[in-house]
Design a protein around this ligand. Structure first.
Ligand code: CMP
Length: 143
């Protein structure tokens, strides 16, 4: 079954939106398999956002993502990457469709509340950066 890495960023944590964001994925019917409330180090930020090194927004992005805690998660389900990206909305909050998390709660691309993996390759890489294999909990959904 497909897995994805999702992370409520410092702005989402500071604004008290962890519950609201997690609730949207729960109500969609997706399965939470790992979660961690943590502070990201500059080294971890560089690994996670390696593809953006050299871009103008990279230094402020690292400053921001390391500024206060994040809520890192792994979710599982059929097409979970595409489904969660649809619920999250486009990176630019102005372009995000109404009803998406970013449209409903974010006003700026730099403070867009949540990160979601964009491909199976990214998901595998990002899950491996944030979680040890034993931290992913296997269980049956019984209801
Ligand atoms: P995220 O999905 O976490 O991936 C990279 C982040 O960089 C992105 O969300 C935004 O928060 C931030 N960012 C800032 N400016 C840009 C930009 N021009 N293009 C893409 N991402 C940007």
């Amino acid at each position: 079954m497909e897995k994805t890495f999702l992370m409520v960023k410092p702005d989402g944590v500071q604004r008290g939106l962890i519950g609201e964001i997690v609730s949207r994925f729960e109500r969609k019917g997706l399965k939470l398999v790992a979660a961690k409330f943590m502070r990201i180090s500059p080294e971890l930020a560089e690994r996670h956002y390696a593809e953006h090194i050299g871009k103008p927004f990279f230094p402020p992005l690292v400053d921001f993502i390391t500024s206060s805690p994040v809520f890192a998660m792994v979710w599982q389900g059929d097409n979970v990457i595409a489904l969660t990206r649809a619920l999250i909305g486009k990176t630019d909050s102005i372009a995000a469709a109404p009803g998406t998390i970013r449209s409903d709660y974010a006003v700026h691309t730099n403070f867009n509340l949540i990160h979601g993996s964009d491909s199976p390759e990214s998901a595998e890489r990002e899950i491996g950066i944030f979680f040890e294999p034993h931290e992913l909990v296997e269980y049956e959904q019984i209801i």
